[in-house]
Design a protein around this ligand. Structure first.
Ligand code: RB5
Length: 148
């Protein structure tokens, strides 16, 4: 079976959760492309967001996960890149809705906010949930139109 590919990146505040989430993704048979950071040394989250968002923009791979202290900075930065819909999710419900209604292609998590046991379920829910299309397709298109 062909492996799905996913990009991941974190700053120092998200590094530890990133390492744990990478294991979850491997168990789910994903090929993980890791854009760093690779330690808890301080690093600026917009630079990591830019790397992951640029690869997702080019659909190589089609989805990514970004982790900082709160997930907020990563989502703000990633959403500046054309074609990116990054959603900062903190529950299974928000993760599902970020796919069903928003067709998000990047999941942002808060390493200082969300415990690993919840984060892993958020990741699974986000990966397993499809976009619903229909009226949401029109709304997502209206978001894309804002990029023009
Ligand atoms: C780093 O201290 C922190 O500001 C960053 O990880 C993130 O939470 C920003 O939104």
């Amino acid at each position: 079976m062909e492996k799905h590919k996913i990009a991941i990146g974190a700053d120092h505040a998200g590094f530890e959760l990133k390492e744990k989430i990478k294991n979850v993704l491997s168990e789910l048979n994903y090929e993980v492309v890791d854009f760093g950071t690779n330690s808890t040394d301080s690093v600026d989250y917009p630079l990591i967001a830019k790397s992951v968002a640029s690869s997702v923009k080019n659909k190589d791979p089609e989805k990514g996960i970004l982790i900082c202290g709160t997930g907020i900075g990563m989502a703000i930065a990633a959403n500046k890149v054309k074609g990116i819909i990054a959603a900062n999710c903190y529950s299974i419900d928000t993760a599902k809705l970020a796919r069903q209604h928003n067709n998000s292609n990047i999941l942002a998590l808060g390493g200082r906010i969300t415990d690993f046991n919840i984060a892993k379920d958020i990741v699974k829910a986000w990966l397993e949930t499809d976009f619903e299309g229909g009226r949401h397709q029109r709304r997502v298109q209206e978001i894309k139109d804002l990029e023009k």
